[in-house]
Write a protein that binds this ligand. Structure first.
Ligand code: 5AD
Ligand code: SF4
Length: 461
């Protein structure tokens, strides 16, 4: 694996400065997972490093960049729709640069489609191109020709990338890139390449900097954080990394995602139990409650093994809560398989579920499997699943009334005069408080709930 350090590209900055009369503005939009959002923050940092300002209106932009997601077809269609809508802007302003990057651009058939059917797209590059973005822009400008990169795997980790974070109190911190698991439905291992862990020292340095800057919640990111450390010279696993980060003094909390059940160890659960800084909430995507389908999905665990883990966590971590990802309508899913999933979600009692109807991804093994179930049937199953989940989650949320909890206030609430705070267990409470509390800790007395939203009152200390 190549280890690289970002360096400012002065030559590219000069090309850009001479092309634009006034400092140019960039509009960057990221789709999909937190990893991609974090990539978007780096894209903004890199653009600022070579003289761009940022804007949130495409009509003011000199550069429009869509940082895309490929995990489901719907996400891809949205991007094509949004790119299509820019044609007019480009006709009005031929100097406008339009770019598509990220996971979609990592697939050859998508790059080909952009090349042929979207001639006004100037710039296409994959997930590993962010540090080279200034050079690509300079190339596009100097040559006056489209710059479309062929998808390639780079197998590198680039450190010290400039970053413009979206929040001043909640930060994403990638600890590894790529995925080696090849779940049969998933495109991620093909677009994000092989697993690469960052050095503990680099992660610790970034973490310390975030805490020094006043960040209160850090979410560690990786497609499978539980395989952190594989391939590093230093013998270190994910629990070791968590323990290392928790030595940093300060008033902060740590979350992480995603934790693959096949690699979630008892050591990890013991670590969560022992460390105060770690949220007592585990996102543990199960995908299905049918052993037959778990095997077809190449998940490498059974429902019984998954339940063992959940039971162990319940025993060791008082009050622990779980969330999960579920795929409905995987090829060949029978009514029996689906009911096994319903059983599992009743048994675990998840605080939150992220549910997806299976989406066929070209190039994955599942795309070749027989899929006789109609979309209407799958949608009906999804409705049943959501109903089952809501019954549990709404009741569990309501049952929290009476507790006083500490929350991180993260945004204005829907009801005027209120703010939303996030609990350790990832639920959100709405309460009356001034917006100046956003980004701060608050004590809230929970008084009730509306569906999955808690309501409460600020406790004045
Ligand atoms: N179809 C539907 N859902 C998918 N996911 C990943 N690939 C697919 C697909 N092809 C879901 C999984 C994963 C989450 C991030 O997205 O549930 O955990
Ligand atoms: Fe996809 Fe499975 Fe890797 Fe997650 S662990 S990114 S679902 S292949």
């Amino acid at each position: 694996m190549e280890k690289l350090t970002y360096t400012h590209n002065e030559a590219a900055a000069k090309v850009l400065a001479s092309f634009y009369d006034t400092p140019p503005l960039a509009y960057v939009r990221s789709y999909g997972c937190q990893q991609n959002v974090n990539d978007g923050e780096k894209i903004k940092g890199v653009l600022q490093d070579v003289g761009f300002g940022l804007c949130d209106n495409v009509e003011h932009a000199d550069l429009i960049l869509f940082n895309t997601c490929a995990v489901r077809e719907h996400a891809e269609q949205r991007v094509f729709g949004n790119v299509g809508a820019l044609k007019k802007l480009k006709e009005q302003n031929p100097r406008l640069i339009i770019g598509v990057c990220g996971c979609m651009a990592q697939q050859a058939h998508i790059v080909e489609k952009l090349r042929q059917s979207y001639p006004y797209v100037d710039l296409v590059f994959g997930v590993d191109g962010i540090d080279r973005l200034p050079a690509m822009l300079a190339e596009r400008i100097s040559r006056g020709k489209r710059y479309l990169e062929k998808p390639e795997e780079r197998n590198a980790v680039v450190e010290e990338m400039p970053i413009r974070r979206d929040s001043g109190f909640r930060a994403w911190l990638p600890i590894m890139y790529g995925c080696d698991n090849f779940c049969t439905y998933c495109i991620v291992p093909y677009v994000r390449g092989r697993e690469r862990s960052r050095e503990p020292a680099a992660i610790l340095a970034e973490f310390k900097e975030l805490i020094a800057q006043g960040y209160k919640e850090i979410t560690l990111l990786g497609q499978n954080v539980n395989s952190y450390g594989k391939g590093l010279a230093e013998k270190v696993d994910f629990s070791d990394l968590l323990n290392l980060l928790c030595t940093v003094p300060g008033d902060y909390q740590i979350r992480f995602m995603t934790s693959h059940p096949k690699d979630a160890s008892r050591k990890l659960i013991d670590t969560i139990a022992a460390q105060e800084h770690l949220c007592k909430h585990i996102h543990l995507p199960v995908q299905s409650g049918s052993d037959r389908l778990l095997k077809e999905m190449n998940r490498h665990y059974t429902v019984a093994q998954y339940m063992d883990l959940v039971d162990y966590a319940r025993e060791k971590i008082p009050g622990v809560t779980f969330s999960s990802d579920i795929i409905v309508g995987f090829p060949g899913e029978t009514e029996e398989d689906f009911e096994a999933t319903l059983d599992l979600i009743r048994k675990v009692g998840y605080m939150q579920l992220f549910t997806f109807i299976y989406s066929k991804r070209t190039g994955t093994p599942a795309a070749k499997m027989d899929d006789p179930t109609t979309h209407a049937e799958k949608a009906a199953r999804m409705d049943r699943l959501l109903k089952t989940q809501d019954e549990f989650a709404f009741a569990a949320t309501a049952a929290m009334a009476g507790q006083t909890v500490r929350v991180l206030v993260e945004a204005a609430g829907r009801t005027p005069g209120t703010v939303n705070g996030r609990l350790d267990n990832n639920l959100v409470v709405e309460f009356q408080a001034p917006e100046c509390l956003i980004g701060q800790w608050a004590q809230v007395h929970l008084t009730g709930s509306r569906a999955a939203l808690l309501v409460g009152e600020l406790v004045r200390e």
